[in-house]
Design a binder for this molecule. Structure first.
Ligand SMILES: NC(=O)c1ccc[n+]([C@@H]2O[C@H](COP(=O)([O-])OP(=O)(O)OC[C@H]3O[C@@H](n4cnc5c(N)ncnc54)[C@H](O)[C@@H]3O)[C@@H](O)[C@H]2O)c1
Length: 279
């Protein structure tokens, strides 16, 4: 959908968006789509990420405020929730689009993990969702009917060798979403994860072998890999009132990748490879 084509799906809604780093970030695209649909929101990222200064551009474009928060620090999460509620009122939606594995960055294989770094992977990429939700409950920051979406990856269910300890982090992230979904349902609050197909962003490009994962998914997915803008539109539907009874789900937004066994394109490529090996 173009940025001019609004359906006012989020008119009057207030949100909090974690994880926009640069224009390629999925959270950046979600922010633009939420703005298009009439929402207002606070943008947040780790203090170190804010030093790059790119987020100011998005803030200007969307009329939003930027607040710093390292999601692994519960005190900072509490302060963030307080500050955004004080400025904009209670929240109707939250996007958690945060992920990072220092083990992947250092090229540590799954059977050679540094456990201190693994702890950081889990803290930043998964336990942070618990902190955001616990802080929101503690501060009574969520409106009835609010919707929380965290971005996940199919590594939670199926093992992708180069995804290392992020496979574990995504499994934990999805579990935390279900646990909170179960407990917050009485207030009509939904908690879901969107399992996005490989997308060329800064987090994606930090993974060795990402291009191979991207090409494999592109060949296997009947609809092809989803873009960040397409993910953003899907998130908008989940933040909107059109999905009021959807909760505790891990929703695949992957062009059909998760359900397809093999495609004609992959068979063709493998046959070519086979033939070239025989030569
Ligand atoms: N790119 C992909 O292929 C893909 C596929 C499926 C799911 N995802 C998920 O989407 C989400 C967004 O990733 P992206 O691809 O847009 O990449 P990205 O690098 O643009 O976003 C990751 C964000 O996490 C933030 N972050 C890292 N440590 C933090 C901390 N301690 N406190 C606060 N923020 C912190 C980064 O600053 C960055 O903004 C992640 O959860 C990622 O795992 C990405």
């Amino acid at each position: 959908m173009t940025q001019n084509n609004s359906h006012n799906l989020l008119k009057g809604k207030t949100g909090l968006i974690f994880g926009a780093l640069d224009e390629r970030s999925i959270a950046w695209r979600v922010a633009l789509s939420c703005k298009r649909e009439g929402a207002s929101f606070t943008l947040t990222n780790a203090p170190i990420a804010l030093r790059f200064g790119a987020l100011d551009k998005l803030a200007k474009e969307t009329g939003s405020e930027v607040l710093p928060c390292d999601v692994s620090d519960y005190k900072q999460v509490l302060e963030l929730v307080d500050a955004t509620v004080e400025k904009n009122g209670k929240l109707d939606f939250i996007l958690h689009a945060v992920g990072m594995s220092p083990n992947i960055r250092k090229g540590n294989q799954y059977y050679r993990l540094n456990y201190r770094l693994m702890q950081q992977t889990l803290e930043i990429s998964a336990i942070s969702l618990h902190k955001v939700l616990q802080a929101s409950v503690e501060k009574e920051a969520l409106n009835d009917g609010a919707s929380i979406v965290a971005l996940s990856y199919i590594g939670a269910q199926r093992i992708f060798s180069k995804y290392s300890d992020m496979n574990d982090a995504k499994a934990l992230l999805e579990s935390i979403a279900r646990n909170f979904g179960s407990r917050l349902g009485k207030q009509g609050i939904r908690v879901n994860t969107v399992s996005q197909g490989p997308t060329k962003t800064s987090a994606g490009s930090g993974i060795r072998g990402f291009d191979a994962m991207y090409d494999f998914a592109e060949l296997l997915s009947p609809l092809g890999n989803p873009t960040a803008d397409e993910c953003a539109d899907y998130c908008v539907t989940l933040f909107s009132d059109l999905t009021r009874k959807v909760t505790m789900q891990n929703l695949f937004h992957d062009g059909g990748f998760s359900t397809n066994g093999i495609s004609e394109e992959l068979i063709y490529d493998l046959a070519e490879l086979h033939a070239s090996k025989k030569e």
